[in-house]
Design a protein around this ligand. Structure first.
Ligand SMILES: Nc1nc2c([nH]c(=O)n2[C@@H]2O[C@H](COP(=O)(O)OP(=O)(O)OP(=O)(O)O)[C@@H](O)[C@H]2O)c(=O)[nH]1
Ligand SMILES: [Mg+2]
Length: 140
C-alpha cells in the first residue's frame, strides 16, 4: 500500500464521560505528549484487531481505572483532523454508565466541568467540533 496520509491516519477512541450532575470529565495531557499541556477527553489509540468501543473501554480503564458499560455508549461525533505531524480520526463516544471513581492513573490532572465551561479550557484544535457538539446537545 502506498504510504499516504490516509493509511497513516491514527484511529483514536475518545470518551466524553458525563456524571450524574451532567458534568464532563477532562484530563490534562502530559507536557511531552503530542498536543502536550492541553486538556483532552480521555481515550487513546485503537489497536490492531480491536473494536473501537473495546478500545475505549480498555483506555478508560488504563487511564482512569473505571469500567464502562459498552452497550450504553453512544456515538457523539467522528472528526478527522490533519495536524501537520499526523492525521487523527477521533471516534468520540458519550459515556454515561461507568463503575468506579475516575482517577488520573498516569498522573494526569482531572477535572469535572459543566458543558458551558468547556470553553474556558485549551484543547487540541481537533476538539473544537467535540466541544461544539456537546454544547449544542445541551441546548436542545
Ligand atoms: N485521547 C485524546 N486524544 C486526542 C484528543 N484530541 C486530539 O487531537 N487527540 C489526539 O489523538 C491522538 C491519540 O491519543 P492518545 O495520545 O491519548 O493515545 P494513547 O492514549 O494511545 O497514548 P500513547 O500513545 O501514549 O499510548 C494524539 O495524537 C492526540 O493528540 C482528545 O480529546 N483525547
Ligand atoms: Mg490517551
Amino acid at each position: 500500500m502506498p504510504n499516504t496520509a490516509a493509511n497513516k491516519r491514527v484511529h483514536v477512541a475518545v470518551g466524553v464521560i458525563v456524571n450524574s450532575l451532567g458534568d464532563i470529565l477532562i484530563a490534562r495531557r502530559a507536557s511531552d505528549a503530542h498536543q502536550g499541556g492541553l486538556w483532552e477527553f480521555p481515550g487513546g489509540k485503537v489497536e490492531v484487531g480491536e473494536g473501537v468501543r473495546e478500545a475505549l473501554a480498555r483506555e478508560l480503564n488504563e487511564e482512569l481505572g473505571i469500567l464502562i458499560e459498552l452497550d450504553s455508549c453512544r456515538s457523539l461525533i467522528e472528526i478527522s483532523h490533519d495536524y501537520s505531524d499526523k492525521v487523527v480520526l477521533l471516534d468520540v463516544w458519550r459515556v454515561t454508565q461507568f463503575r468506579g471513581e475516575p482517577e488520573g492513573r498516569e498522573g494526569q490532572p482531572l477535572r469535572w466541568v459543566s458543558p458551558q465551561s468547556l470553553s474556558d479550557y485549551a484543547f487540541p484544535a481537533a476538539n473544537t467540533a467535540i466541544v461544539d457538539a456537546i454544547q449544542s446537545a445541551e441546548t436542545v
